[in-house]
Design a protein around this ligand. Sequence first.
Ligand code: C2E
Ligand code: CA
Ligand code: CA
Length: 763
Amino acid sequence: MDTRIRRGRRALVNWLERLHRLAPAKSVVWVPAGTFALILVLWIGTISRIQAEGREARQAAAGATSQVASSFAAHIDKTVHDADVAVRWIKYEYERSPSTFRLDTYKEKGLISAGTALQVTIVGPDGEVLQTTTPEAQPVNVSDRRHFLAHKSSPDIGLYISRPVLGRVSHHWTLQFTRRLNNPDGSFAGVVVVSEDPDFLTTGFNNLEALGVGGMLVVMSDNGYLLSRLASGEHASPVGPPASAYREMVDAKGEGFTDPVDRVPRIVTYRHSTQYPVAVLAGISEKVALAGYRHARDLYILMAGLLTVVLLAAAAIITATMTRLVAARARMQHLAETDALTGLPNRYLLTEILRRRIGRERPLDRLALLFVDLDNFKRINDALGHQTGDELLQNVARRLVRVAGNKSFVARVGGDEFVLVVEGMDVAVAARDMARSIIDTFELAFGLRGNSYVMRVSIGVAVYTAESETEYDLLRQADLAMYAAKEEGRSANASRYHTFAPDLAVRGMRDIERQQELQYAIQNNEFFLEYQPIVSLDTGDTLGVEALVRWRHPEKGIVLPGEFIPFAESTGFIIPIGELILEAACAQFSEWMESDPRPLYLSVNVSAAQLVHGDLIGVIRQCLERHSIDPRRLKLEITETAILKDAALIARRLKELRLLGVRVVLDDFGTGYSSLAHLTNLMVDGVKIDRSFTRGVPGDRTALAMFQSIVSLTHDLGLSLVVEGVETEQQVNWLRRFGHIEVQGFYFCRPVAPGSLQAGRAA
Ligand code: C2E
Ligand code: CA
Ligand code: CA
């Protein structure tokens, strides 16, 4: 495509984008946006669900540890109490009678056994082991033991539980429950030590299942020792970390901690004994406690993930489809809005643009249309074929786009009709300048297939001047103005422009109606012919007949040619009407000739428009052939005013006609101007003196002079002569002085229907 057209199109596209604001593209964006919002909601829902379930699982685990911790604390109370009972009992027995107290005796009697304690030891006031249940024990001093030091220094501490120690007597890791021994005066007498296996605290506890695999139980003393620990079903080494390692778990109520010993994360609850300086911890392994929850969580994430993928895929497919649809719609819109031949906007798009423009901005005196119509396109198109015609239209489009430039644009609104839209200040002046520029560019011939053709254009200019006007009003005004330009241009055979003025509208409406009526009349065969004889003044014999057209109007009745021929001529309708007349007249004439042996001639009126624009020669040749009429028996009557316009072209056509053998008569002679020149140029075979001269006969002296000169001139040049409009006997008698002439008029016969005309016996 031509770069200029392309540039114009780009400007148009910008304009359109402003109009459409890219509305369809928006809907495409909504799909991914909506999908992302949906995915966001999905994930927020999933995550909050997961968090809720996590909380629930932790709460359940915390509840379980709390229960276990409570019952374990109760268990420890009881166990410690049991151990203490043994300690108290031995203390009581020993203090009652230190000298007679014999551990062995109790052992032998079964009062002390492995079930009661692993080992019972009586330590003297200096730390030396006085008695012990362990057989063959070596003498040992334990004055450095914490319990010994504690009891020795403070008489009131009651039960003292030491951390697990490697027994110096038992050589076992033991927990030692101790109380102070007093002399009767209350002074320090030593310590009674009941040693127990550290597991002693936890073994009897049967509620372990509630903690599950990886569960943990811890007993610790308030003085900072880890007394016993059972984790993952195994008793931990008593040489574990000090209780201080568990300090952060003090007062825990189901919180999560990483175990300082085995590094297992657990949910832990703390309980203090009600009676003794000990506390317990119960823990559930997070892995176990949260296994169900974690499984559900993974499932949720998997499902949400899958759903996300599905949504994304669906969104991608929908977006792609919609994008394609939008593109297809844009393509269709483009097709609907542009003219395929020239790539210019079409009538639809033009009206759309104008409507929005006018509707939004009311551009009073800032918007004008130029309606450009090619005057002679149809003829070139018919003569050269459609393909060449199309090429010509493309060339025309290019020229118009070039004239339009950047500030305005061109649309093609019909076969050979274009509209230029001009905008800006002083638009009326700009539009007229542009119209002149268009006319100038069209002065240059269009080169096509080695030939050059000059195109004539008629341009109608309309300016938007009233807010009440619609785009249709504006287009119609430009169209009417164009018709006015065409009328002006026709006579001068030149390109013209015309600016719309309100009076055109009234005329225009009537013209449009009349054109439609004519169109309808042609289609419905409303035209018919009457015939008027032309007789010899000498003999009264009929020499020929003149065909005169009439219109049987459905409402107005019979309409005479004076009322519609000029309009048909100015609108071009005379060409098809003229063809109908020639055909009907020839058909009628050949019918007469079959029964009438006389060499009558047929006179048919033709308009200059038929000569200039129609294919008159072709039509006549066909008619004559079809009806087997000798060309010499056909006379064509053409008014001499018609000859004045387009003189050179008409002269050429007349010459061609006469070469066919057809004769040409100058009608209405005397009403034109350079009458005699036409006669002397020998363009015609005869003349018909107009009835306006006959009217003056016989009284008028100038008429007499006129008749005399014409009669002698035609005689000298060998031209035939008919006097028309003869109405009275006086006129006939007066005309007899000219001898041998032909006459026509109501006196002899009015124009009549062919049936009432007895050709040959009319007079
Ligand atoms: P015209 O060619 O001068 O035709 C003669 C007109 O004079 C006819 O009027 C006819 O009826 C009328 N006439 C004939 N004898 C007398 C008479 O004694 N006294 C008076 N006052 N009038 C007489 P019509 O039929 O109304 O036609 C008017 C004009 O219309 C014609 O003038 C002709 O120019 C045009 N016309 C008629 N038929 C055709 C046609 O088929 N084609 C074309 N192009 N023009 C036609
Ligand atoms: Ca005539
Ligand atoms: Ca006449």
